[in-house]
Write a protein that binds this ligand. Sequence first.
Ligand code: GLU
Length: 289
Amino acid sequence: MSLKRIAAVVLTGALALTGAACGGDSDNSGGTGKTFEAGTTMDRLSKAQKIIIGTKFDQPLFGLKGLDGKPAGFDVEIGKIIASELGIPADKIEWTETKSAVREEYIEQGKADIVVATYTINDTRKQRIAFAGPYYVAGQDIMVRKDDASITGPDSFKDGTKKVCSVTGSTPAKKIEEYVKDKTTQIVLFGGYAQCVEALKTSQVDAVTTDNVILLGFVDQDPNALKILGAPFTQEPYGIGVKKDDTKFRAFINDTLEKIYADGRYAKAWSDTVGDVAPAPTGPAVNRY
Ligand code: GLU
């Protein structure tokens, strides 16, 4: 064996030893380089090297499943960052579709470890689950056909002649009830917003109502057919849903949000997804209730 070769073998051996020390039992990380308090959700997920993340599959810009079968969007990027802070790479994430009406139940039943899905923080939902965040504040708005000038705001539904579409189990579906004359004939509900968009394009409804950034995604896909009024009339602070009593996991996600506001990952997630369509937000203060 040449001297050079011997040196290489010795060096490799030394590196392997160092590797074992870093990834082995001594740091309790299971090889991820991350260590968490035993018994916490962070510890469990990190060691399992698997996380199930609930998101939307039919909402451009925030969570849209592509032809490759993977979802893309701002919520998806936030989910990936949380996973990476747990030491879980993106290819180990299991994505599951969480439509508006099933989000609480998915969290309660453990069908999703976290839900990042244009999910408004509110007290009703907090009775069943807990929220980290907010990480963005949207506002409810209205989308109509591009050539329609007859709807100018939520008050346009008060005369009882116009139909508006929204999604079952969403906050906008509830809010719009305050503005219609007859909710049974005027409000049309589907399981997802893409179905509302189809109903609008085929004139089965006159408007779609939900958060402005969701509507912007649909207008962006078909700007010749659709427009948004651009006058939000609520505040929708987006949170990350976790199990109700999991205070440590919630605190970890809040820490992660504060970290990515500061280190540029939040801004990059936005510019890679929503950036061309809406101005970059500054991360809102998290609420550690
Ligand atoms: N942010 C609202 C909500 O959580 C509307 C969007 C949605 O349905 O995901 O209900």
